[in-house]
Design a binder for this molecule. Structure first.
Ligand code: SF4
Length: 66
């Protein structure tokens, strides 16, 4: 299983990750900065989370392999 974390001091609220994997990523209503609903990524979400890490323009997403 993989885990995901976000550094929202790097996030620029572009929303690409939320569009790709909305079950994991979401944005604050006030400032648009990202947060994760759930750190542990289910098998069906892995591809979207790994792609989100790749496409995030600010490098805010980190995928961890246990
Ligand atoms: S893709 Fe990156 S910059 Fe955009 S909302 Fe997600 S974490 Fe923030």
């Amino acid at each position: 299983m993989i885990r995901v974390s976000v550094d929202n001091t790097k996030c620029i609220a572009a929303g690409l990750c939320v569009g790709r994997e909305p079950g994991i990523f979401d944005q604050n209503d006030d400032d648009g900065l990202v947060f994760v609903h759930r750190e542990n990524v289910l098998p069906g979400e892995q591809e979207g989370v790994i792609e989100s890490e790749r496409i995030c323009p600010s490098g805010a997403i980190a995928v961890h392999t246990d």
